[in-house]
Ligand binder design. Structure first.
Ligand SMILES: NC(=O)c1ccc[n+]([C@@H]2O[C@H](COP(=O)([O-])OP(=O)(O)OC[C@H]3O[C@@H](n4cnc5c(N)ncnc54)[C@H](O)[C@@H]3O)[C@@H](O)[C@H]2O)c1
Length: 319
């Protein structure tokens, strides 16, 4: 086996601990060589739990001393830009979370810098890697290209922007559904949207009808003040439909039959661990394998620019 991929982390917060450390810890061909967090307690807790040999509070010092191949920058979106620029200027491969910047311009600038420096990059749009959604899509596409799809992302109690107001709900979180629509339908030819503030001083509901360049049609349905959180995806091709919830199961209907094929999320993932059935393991695996083979990940910064541009279009091309 070739040498393990040497990875360093900036950020030992909630999401890194839930999604990324447990995923990488299961890979024998990856070595997490250091973790940096402004909070020494968090860095030490992550190091202890995941057997990481070195901790830092200064990311520049960490990058100088451990010379990783790749760095994960898992910070709130308004705090990560400068660190990602530094990593790209050191010609490191970089994984960041969504959103890939607080504006589309930030994302474009990161993508240009990554290209100039030959870096492989990835944004954590893990819903493209959810085993249940990947399987459901494969079943539907056995009958031909997707003709229609719908991505619903609704939550409860969302009347404030994220991170103290530094990034809006659509860019920070509903972007998952926007990116999933692009994954299913490809690039968008035209769209019409509604953007609303339901019981809220900030925009908290974003709906869109989109026509893809392929001729397929997509629907985005998001609202942050509904009865409960639901993430669900609907896809259709010739006489076949899939209704899938990554938190639960997919129902596949064929040829008018009322008896669906049922696929459980845990069955699709072969595991009942959330970092597996929610797609985090597979997105991390994709990043590592891309580094090993020198190819650009599916959700590289240049691709993420397109998702951020679609976010902008949804904000502006209103009914
Ligand atoms: N893909 C998903 O489904 C998903 C889910 C939740 C969060 N996220 C994303 O993950 C990212 C992180 O969110 P979180 O909830 O884990 O945040 P968090 O606040 O829990 O963790 C961030 C950590 O970064 C550290 N930090 C901040 N600036 C630093 C610096 N300059 N150097 C070193 N450490 C620094 C903080 O001390 C903190 O421990 C966000 O972009 C968020 O949007 C993604």
């Amino acid at each position: 086996m070739s040498n393990p991929v040497r990875v360093a982390f900036v950020g030992a917060g909630a999401h890194a601990s839930y999604a990324h450390y447990p995923s990488l810890a299961e890979m024998k061909d990856v070595q997490v060589v250091a973790v940096c967090d402004l909070s020494p307690e968090r860095a030490s807790a992550a190091a202890q739990r995941w057997n990481i040999p070195r901790t830092y509070t200064d990311y520049r010092r960490m990058l100088d001393e451990v010379e990783p191949q790749a760095v994960y920058v898992i910070l709130p979106p308004h705090q990560m830009f400068e660190i990602v620029v530094e990593a790209l200027n050191r010609r490191l491969h970089v994984f960041i979370e969504k959103p890939p910047g607080i504006t589309v311009q930030q994302t474009r600038n990161l993508a240009r810098l990554a290209e100039k420096n030959g870096c492989l990059t990835m944004v954590g749009f893990q819903r493209r890697f959810v085993p249940l959604l990947v399987q459901a899509r494969r079943r539907v596409e056995e009958r031909g290209a997707i003709t229609q799809c719908l991505v619903r992302f609704v939550k409860s109690g969302g009347t404030e922007d994220y991170y103290g107001g530094s990034v809006d709900i659509l860019t920070c979180d509903a972007i998952h559904a926007v990116d999933n629509l692009r994954w299913l339908g490809g690039e968008v030819k035209r769209l019409v949207s509604t953007v609303d503030r339901f019981h809220s001083p900030v925009d908290n509901a974003f709906n869109a009808l989109v026509e893809f360049q392929s001729g397929a049609v997509g629907i985005l349905l998001t609202n942050w003040v509904t009865g409960r959180r639901i993430y669900s995806v609907e896809m259709h091709s010739l006489n076949i439909s899939a209704y899938a919830e990554p938190d639960d199961r997919a129902l596949i209907y064929r040829d008018g039959s009322l008896e669906p094929e049922v696929i459980l999320n845990t069955e699709a993932a072969g595991s009942d661990a959330p970092h597996r059935y929610l797609g985090f393991y597979d997105e991390n695996r994709h990043f590592i394998e891309c580094i090993q083979s020198g190819r650009q990940p599916q959700t590289c910064f240049a691709d993420a620019v397109k998702t951020m541009e679609l976010v902008e279009r949804i904000r502006h091309e209103r009914l």
